[in-house]
Design a protein around this ligand. Structure first.
Ligand code: TYM
Length: 343
C-alpha cells in the first residue's frame, strides 16, 4: 500500500517573551531610575512583548498630596513616552486604571505569609523613615508588586538591584499558587543591567540615589536643566586621594565612574586610562557633560509631550484598555481556580 505522506506541520511562530516593569510616581524620577531601569526598558521593548506602568497604587503607601500626586502621575507617564517607548508597540498604562491589579493583590495576600513580608528590607527601611505611618499597604506592598507582574505572565522584569528581593517574593508567591492549583502564572526572572543597577546618592555614596531624598543635591532629576546637572555633579562627594580608578573606599568616584560608563559605554579601564594624570575637577566635568547629553533628548521630548495633556490622557486610556484585556484573562483564571462564582 502506498504510504500516505503527511505534510510536516508548519512550525509555530515562537511566542515572544513578555517583559513588564513599573515605576512609582512618588517624585520626579532620578538618574538612578533612568540608568537602572528606564534605559533598559527602551532597549528591551523592541525585542519583547512589553508592558510598562506608572505604579500609582504603590505610591500611596506613603502619604501623598492628592494634587501633587495627580501631577506626578502624568509627568511619569509622559516620561515613559519621552524615553522612546512606543504606545503602538508597548502597552503603557497607569496601574490604578486597571482594577485587576488591586483584585489580584487581595487574592495573593491570602497566599502570602506575614513572616515573609516582615523580612522585606524595604519595608524595614520605610517603616523607620515613615514611623508615623506604618500602614498595612506598606507592609503588603510586595504582594501588589507580585500581582503587577503575575497578571501579565511576565517572563522578565527589568529593575534596579534594589528590587531584587521583591522579585524573589513574587516568584515565591507565583510558585506557591501554581503548586496548589496547577500552572497558572509564569514565574518571572529579574533583569538587572550590568552597570547602572545601583546608582548612589551624590552626597552620601553609601546610600542609593532616591527621588524621595529630602536633599535635592543628592540626586540628578531626569528633568534637571544642564546647568543644574553640572552643578550637582561638581558638588558630588568624593575622596581626598585624587586618582580616577575603581577601588575600595572610593565610593564617590566608583559611583561617578558607573554613571559615566553607563552614559558613554566606556569600561572602567578605559575611563581610568583617559583620566590618568587628571584631577577630579576634570573628571566631574566630563561626567556632568555625559549626563547632560544622555538626558537632553529625554527632557526635550518630555517637554513636548507635557504640552499635550489630552494626548497623554488618550494614550493612558488606550494603554489601560489593552492592559485590562491581558490582566482580566489571568484574573478570571485565578478566580475560577480559587472557587469564586463568576457572573
Ligand atoms: P521605583 O519607582 O522606586 O523605581 C523604578 C525603577 O528604578 C530603579 N531604581 C534604581 N536603579 C538604580 N539605581 C538607583 N539608585 C535606583 N533607584 C530606583 C528601581 O529598581 C526600579 O526598577 N516597587 C517598584 C515599582 C514597581 C514594580 C512593579 C517594578 C511596582 N510594581 C512591578 C517592577 C515590577 C519601585 O518602587 O520602583
Amino acid at each position: 500500500m502506498e504510504e500516505i505522506k503527511v505534510a510536516p506541520e508548519a512550525p509555530k511562530p515562537e511566542k515572544k517573551k513578555t517583559i513588564l516593569s513599573c515605576i512609582q510616581p512618588s517624585g520626579i524620577p532620578t538618574l538612578g531610575n533612568y540608568l537602572g531601569a528606564l534605559k533598559n526598558w527602551k532597549l528591551l521593548a523592541d525585542e519583547f512583548d512589553s508592558a510598562f506602568a506608572v505604579a500609582d497604587l504603590h505610591a500611596i503607601t506613603v502619604r501623598q498630596d492628592p494634587q501633587k500626586l495627580r501631577k506626578q502621575i502624568m509627568e511619569v507617564f509622559a516620561l515613559l513616552l519621552a524615553i522612546g517607548l512606543d504606545p503602538e508597540k508597548s502597552i503603557i498604562f497607569i496601574q490604578s486604571q486597571v482594577p485587576a491589579h488591586s483584585q489580584l493583590a487581595w487574592i495573593l495576600n491570602c497566599y502570602t505569609q506575614f513572616g515573609e513580608m516582615s523580612r522585606m528590607t524595604q519595608f524595614k527601611d520605610k517603616s523607620q523613615s515613615h514611623a508615623d505611618n506604618v500602614n498595612v499597604g506598606l507592609f503588603a506592598y510586595p504582594v501588589l508588586m507580585a500581582a503587577d507582574i503575575l497578571l501579565y505572565q511576565a517572563d522578565l522584569v527589568p529593575v534596579g538591584a534594589d528590587q531584587k528581593q521583591h522579585l524573589e517574593i513574587a516568584r515565591d508567591i507565583g510558585n506557591r499558587f501554581n503548586g496548589i492549583y496547577g500552572k497558572t502564572f509564569t514565574i518571572p526572572e529579574p533583569y538587572i543591567g550590568k552597570s547602572g543597577a545601583r546608582v548612589m546618592s551624590l552626597q552620601d555614596p553609601m546610600k542609593k540615589m532616591s527621588k524621595s531624598d529630602p536633599n535635592p543635591k543628592s540626586f540628578v532629576s531626569v528633568f534637571d536643566q544642564p546647568e543644574t546637572i553640572m552643578k550637582k555633579i561638581r558638588s558630588a562627594v568624593t575622596d581626598s586621594e585624587g586618582g580616577v580608578y575603581y577601588g575600595e573606599g572610593k565610593d564617590g568616584i566608583n559611583n561617578l565612574m558607573g554613571i559615566y560608563s553607563c552614559c558613554t559605554g566606556l569600561d572602567y579601564d578605559q575611563i581610568t586610562a583617559d583620566f590618568s594624570g587628571k584631577g577630579y575637577g576634570d573628571f566631574k566635568n566630563a561626567v556632568g557633560e555625559a549626563v547632560v547629553e544622555e538626558l537632553r533628548p529625554v527632557r526635550e521630548r518630555y517637554e513636548m509631550f507635557m504640552k499635550d495633556q489630552a494626548y497623554l490622557k488618550e494614550m493612558a486610556a488606550k494603554g489601560a484598555e489593552s492592559a485590562s484585556r491581558i490582566a482580566n484573562r489571568t484574573l478570571t483564571k485565578v478566580m475560577k481556580k480559587c472557587g469564586f462564582v463568576l457572573p
